[in-house]
Design a protein around this ligand. Sequence first.
Ligand SMILES: Nc1ncnc2c1ncn2[C@@H]1O[C@H](COP(=O)(O)OP(=O)(O)O)[C@@H](O)[C@H]1O
Ligand SMILES: [Mg+2]
Length: 586
Amino acid sequence: MSPLKKNAPRLTRVVGALAEATGMREAKLNELVRIGDSGLLAEVLRITGDRATLQVFEETMGVALEEPLTREGLPLAVELGPGLLGSVIDGIGRPLTELAVRSGDFLLPGADAPTIDRARRFAFTPTISEGATIGPGDVVGTVVERGAFEHRILVPPDRQGVIAKLFAGERTVEEPIAELTDGSTLFLTHRWPVRRPRPIAARLDASRPFLTGQRVFDFLFPIAEGGTVAVPGGFGTGKTVIEQSLAKYAEADVVVYIGCGERGNEMAEVLHEFGRLKDPRTGRAVLDRTVLVVNTSNMPVAARESSIYLGLTIAEYFRDQGYRAAVMADSLSRWAEALREIGSRLQEMPGEEGYPTYLASRAAKLHERAGRVRCLGAGNREGSVTLISAVSPPGGDFSEPVTQACLRVAGALWALDPALAHQRQFPAVDWHTSYSLYSEAMGAAFDASCDPGWSKARATIVELLQRDGELREVASVVGPEALEDPDRLLLQASAIIREIVLGQSAYDVNDAYSPPAKTYRLARVSLELFEAGKAALKKGATYGELDLSGARRALAMMRDAPAVDFEARANDVTARITGLWRGASS
Ligand SMILES: Nc1ncnc2c1ncn2[C@@H]1O[C@H](COP(=O)(O)OP(=O)(O)O)[C@@H](O)[C@H]1O
Ligand SMILES: [Mg+2]
């Protein structure tokens, strides 16, 4: 080992993901440090005099005491620029596919590679001219990525000046694209510290729906562009399937998918599937609009904690270009568990269930990074970050701290119910406990953009489901036969609505994605069936004389029909509804 200067930073203790060092008097909080010859990455969590506590982002096995440290002087940051789309990076920004090619499936400690490939060339087209004055967030030019995505190259939020020279054409990320009159240069990429929200010009209200393509969400619990939603559910209730379905089909320009502490094979699946699958709106591969941030359960816990911030920073960066970004976080429980593990190693005073007392405030800060904004810079761009967070409460108990911390700050709750999952009612969203604070505003938006009857149909179905819940309780005591005919009809209609409107298979090629027009038609036609039944009862039919099964089958075929057959199927349903009661024509 090389002889150390007396006060040089060096390691004195390692416990799991935490390490202690001396010679750290000059260190700054959150500053990055490299450990030993392997260059393991760590972050300063606490400084007391000459000593610092470090959180190590990589496996600490094999790390020796007295190893020298190198201070990097800067906090954990991510490189932002073209090349991110379609890539897979870990919680500290290392390109996983690259590293896997280099060192096999297991990352070597300290293995390092820049987020964006140094050799790759991007065709830069300036959109300003030499002599232009530029400020934070201005667009200086574009790079067309993955065939069609217009990546807007931004002046970093902390830079300004006058352009002296522009360098159009093929550039790597290490070659300047512009020189300023003060002699400084701009590049295709810039770095931004992940724990600091990127600045914006102004916050805008959440007025536009964030289309998910999932009926139960768009119709019953819609969220706004720039909104936040917590998706808690026990094991196997469908959280990951929801995150994946939204990543595939939601109306977003860019999706950052964060696999945080969950199973690694799921992320491999995502990578494989997203590469094949086409975005129904653009016809391009879903992967072309996706950035995957992967810190699965087998990877170090500290990088799990940072992966959420890294993902949010990338989403903010695309927002700042004027795009609608969405973050799928699966799951925030693993992020919170990482906080807990680190907090307990630091011997902090634990709060509820051992989570640190600052869990709620951290959760709030993280949710505040979502929103619809006016972007920094010229051109009046608007962009958004929508946050969809899975939460995995142990035993499915929503009263636990992480679910509660998320619920306090999220704008909507999509509560998953194991009983529904068990009945294979998917998405297993419990419509009695779920809610969306955006639903009224979004309903009005759907009335304007899809059909003027949207809000009214929604209200009718909400009421029907409510009544259905009450009646089913009664029926469980007295038996369904004891109910009045109109109530028995309501139970039947509600079952049809649950199956056809709220139920949606993620694996049906024709129904995995439901555009608003389809969602509305299915809801509308189901209600027509109910109305026809009620009318027949009024005209003297008994419940036993009504035949809803034909219409139900026709509705299921309408739901699962390819788009070209949809109208024909809808006509079939209408015919079935007319034939609901033989007595009607006599
Ligand atoms: N929308 C859906 N359509 C069909 N099957 C679903 C749907 N959602 C969930 N499932 C089923 O439930 C299983 C568990 O879902 P998953 O998302 O992995 O649960 P979780 O992430 O909550 O543990 C899936 O493998 C699938 O069989
Ligand atoms: Mg899951």
